[in-house]
Structures are given as structure tokens and as C-alpha cells.
Design a protein around this ligand. Structure first.
Ligand code: PMP
Length: 389
């Protein structure tokens, strides 16, 4: 019998993919499933981006590219960030990756080892805690509470930082809560981190362009004092409805970039060349589709928040960004996982239990509202018909 290393007993997963598999299985059996589980836009990738990919195929872009990405694409990412945040970004600090996920994997591998502590949001994207444990480091939750708009208390976070802390992970706008951390809280945290110059910050800004109510994204790239120890994650998956293309990037401090690039060479060599040309067209082409999709999400957000609040036992806060709501379901008297299963199996509505995002997610369910207006309205009525609570 082969014996994988003990680390593999500690590696977690992303339950949303398991829910997706089950939802697809039920659909294949003929059930009518409304998928509010997996976090991906329900739109097609805009046409001009798809055309650029076809063109790249016709032009013979069939070979390897530099491991860090096509130079023109790295430059386009740097320009996009400079334009959006009015800061300098060096194209040489940009690593193009197959989806944004490898950036968090690489960053956690760089700092995780037994004895090290890594702070991460809880409830939060499950891969953070999974990879932290995989490395043998100790995961230290940054608690996000509904009562605080799913933002954190900077003083409480700083109280968890010590000489063993190697990495601090932030994610705003957030998965799974849709929470947005206000600028003053970020600033207080950054001020406090001046006392801990050895702590690297990983800011997952994958939802940077999906914000509501006139909010503007506060990128950590704006804070010059932490740029030498800041890794930023962003990408194409959510902004341009490109989850299946696997296109993401990270911006790295100069000292860390070579390590990240080496991990890329050691694992996947480079990102699919055609996808990179599509990514270039996405950044350099018209941006109207991004606004159109965000306006559609905004409309659906209002429908789902109102709908969920009309259900007995549900209480749903209004999220400031991303395309998730994270209603409190304690009033139904059910545990999150049991409710997730019941809703999928009996009502054909796929959602993800809050506990899939960390222990502080008990009592909550995540709904992705990147689905049509009609699907959202139907899902609410199907849940109502279950007569929970
Ligand atoms: N970070 C967060 C917070 C996410 O929600 C996701 C996708 N669900 C990712 C990163 C990964 O994005 P990608 O699909 O580009 O790897």
C-alpha cells in the first residue's frame, strides 16, 4: 500500500466543488436544480475576449510562454493596477497563474512550517486554512462576525500577531460573506503592523471590481509602507466571467518574486498561451461588460436579500461586494450542513454550508447569486415550501 506523507491527512478541500458535482449528478438524473452553490458568474465570457483566443489559436500561439507569463500581459496587468489605484506597479512583479488559486498556495508554502502562525479570515475561503494546515503551520483565525458586517476588529487582529506570525491573509470583498472591510479598519491594521515588519501580508482582491452602493475598492497596493511585504491576488475569473479559462495573477515584492516564479516552473511551467492572449484582450479591450455584469449582480443582490429575509428562520445582511450572501439560519433550528443537504436533495437548490468556510460559519449558509433573477425567485419559493423553522 502506498503511504502519502502525513501532510495529506491535513489537506482540506473546497466543498463548493463537491456540491457542484452532486448538483450535476442530480441534474443528469433529470432533477430540476437551481445552482446557487459554486461561485462563478452565470454569464458567458464577453465575445471580444473569446475572439482574441480564437485569433491566438489561428496565429499559432501553441507553445510554451515564459513561466511568469507573456511580457505584454504582465505589462497590461501592471498598467491596469496603476490606472485603477494610482500607484506604481512594476510588470516584473506580476506573476500570471492558472487561476488565482496558485498565488495563495505559493504564498502559504513560502511561509508555512511547523511553529509558524498564519492568520486567515474565518469564515473565509477554505483553501487558506487547508494549505496552512498542509504546511504544518498553525492557522490562527481572524474572526469575522455578522454583527460587525463581516469585517474584522483591527485591534483584535493585532492582538493575535506575535513573533511566530509569518503571514496575514485578508480578503475584501470577501468570500463567503460578501463583506467589505472599510478603509479606516485597513489603515488601523496597517499602522499596527509597523511593529511587526517580518509579517508578510497576502491580500486576496479577486472581487476588487465587484462592489455595490458606490463603494470603491481599497487595494492594499495603495499603502506604500507595506509594499515590500505585500502579495496581492487578483485575476480574470470573476471580473470577466472567465472561471474556466484559469487565469489569475499575483503581485509580489521583489525579494519574493523569484521564489514564486520557481514554484511555477516546478509545477505547471506556464499558463495556457491562448488563455493569456484572451486575458490581454480582457484588460486592453472595452470594459463595458464588467459594468453590465456588476449591475446585474447588484439587482440580484437586492432580490435575494429581500427574498431570504422573507423566509422564516433566515436573517440576511446586505453584502457590499462579491456575489455571495451569507444568511444566518439559526432560526430554522437546523445545522448548516443538514440544511444544505435538505435544500439540495428535497428542493433542488444548491448552496454551501457556512461550516465549509471554517468553524465560525456554523449557523450560516452561502448562496451565490450569480444566477438569473427568475432562478433566485424560484429558489426562494422552493425553500419556503420546505416549511423550515
Ligand atoms: N480567492 C477567492 C476569495 C475566491 O473566492 C476564489 C474563487 N472562488 C479564488 C480566490 C480563486 O479564483 P480562481 O478561480 O481564479 O483560481
Amino acid at each position: 500500500m502506498p503511504h502519502p506523507t502525513a501532510a495529506f491527512d491535513r489537506l482540506g478541500t473546497e466543498t463548493a466543488f463537491e456540491v457542484l458535482a452532486r448538483a450535476n449528478q442530480l441534474a443528469a438524473e433529470g432533477r430540476d436544480i437551481i445552482n446557487l452553490g459554486i461561485g462563478q458568474p452565470d454569464f458567458r465570457t464577453p465575445d471580444h475576449i473569446v475572439e482574441a483566443a480564437k485569433q491566438a489559436l489561428d496565429d499559432g500561439q501553441h507553445g510554451y510562454t515564459p513561466s511568469a507569463g507573456i511580457p505584454a500581459l504582465r505589462a497590461a496587468v501592471a498598467k491596469d493596477l496603476s490606472d485603477r489605484y494610482d500607484v506604481e506597479v512594476d510588470a516584473g512583479s506580476v506573476l500570471i497563474t492558472p487561476g488565482a488559486k496558485p498565488i495563495m498556495y505559493f504564498a502559504i508554502l513560502l511561509f508555512g512550517e511547523p511553529g509558524a502562525e498564519i492568520l486567515y479570515p474565518n469564515p473565509g475561503f477554505p483553501i487558506y486554512e487547508s494549505v496552512i494546515k498542509f504546511t504544518g503551520a498553525t492557522p490562527v483565525p481572524i474572526e469575522l462576525h455578522e454583527s460587525a458586517g463581516f469585517s474584522f476588529d483591527p485591534e483584535q487582529v493585532l492582538a493575535s500577531v506575535n513573533e511566530r506570525t509569518r503571514l496575514l491573509i485578508l480578503n475584501s470583498p470577501a468570500n463567503p460573506t460578501g463583506g467589505v472591510v472599510p478603509a479606516d479598519q485597513i489603515e488601523r491594521l496597517i499602522e499596527g503592523l509597523a511593529d511587526y515588519p517580518d509579517v508578510t501580508i497576502l491580500s486576496d482582491e479577486i472581487y476588487s471590481r465587484i462592489l455595490y452602493g458606490g463603494r470603491e475598492h481599497v487595494s492594499l497596493l495603495r499603502y506604500a509602507q507595506i509594499r515590500d511585504r505585500l502579495i496581492v491576488i487578483d485575476g480574470w475569473s470573476k471580473t470577466f466571467a472567465m472561471t474556466g479559462w484559469r487565469m489569475g495573477y499575483g503581485v509580489w515584492p521583489a525579494d519574493l518574486f523569484p521564489h514564486a516564479e520557481r514554484l511555477a516552473v516546478n509545477s505547471y511551467s506556464c499558463v495556457n498561451a491562448v488563455a493569456q492572449y484572451a486575458g490581454l484582450a480582457a484588460l486592453e479591450g472595452p470594459q463595458d461588460d464588467v459594468g453590465r455584469m456588476v449591475r446585474a449582480f447588484d439587482e440580484r443582490r437586492q432580490i435575494i436579500v429581500e427574498g431570504l429575509n422573507s423566509l422564516p428562520g433566515f436573517r440576511c445582511a446586505d453584502p457590499g461586494g462579491a456575489f455571495y450572501v451569507f444568511p444566518n439560519i439559526e432560526g430554522t433550528g437546523m445545522e448548516a450542513k443538514a440544511l444544505q443537504v435538505k435544500m439540495l436533495e428535497e428542493a433542488g437548490v444548491a448552496t454551501v454550508a457556512g461550516t465549509s468556510f471554517g468553524h465560525l460559519g456554523e449557523g450560516y449558509l452561502r448562496f451565490s447569486y450569480a444566477a438569473s433573477r427568475q432562478e433566485i425567485l424560484d429558489a426562494i419559493e422552493r425553500i419556503r415550501a420546505l416549511k423550515l423553522g
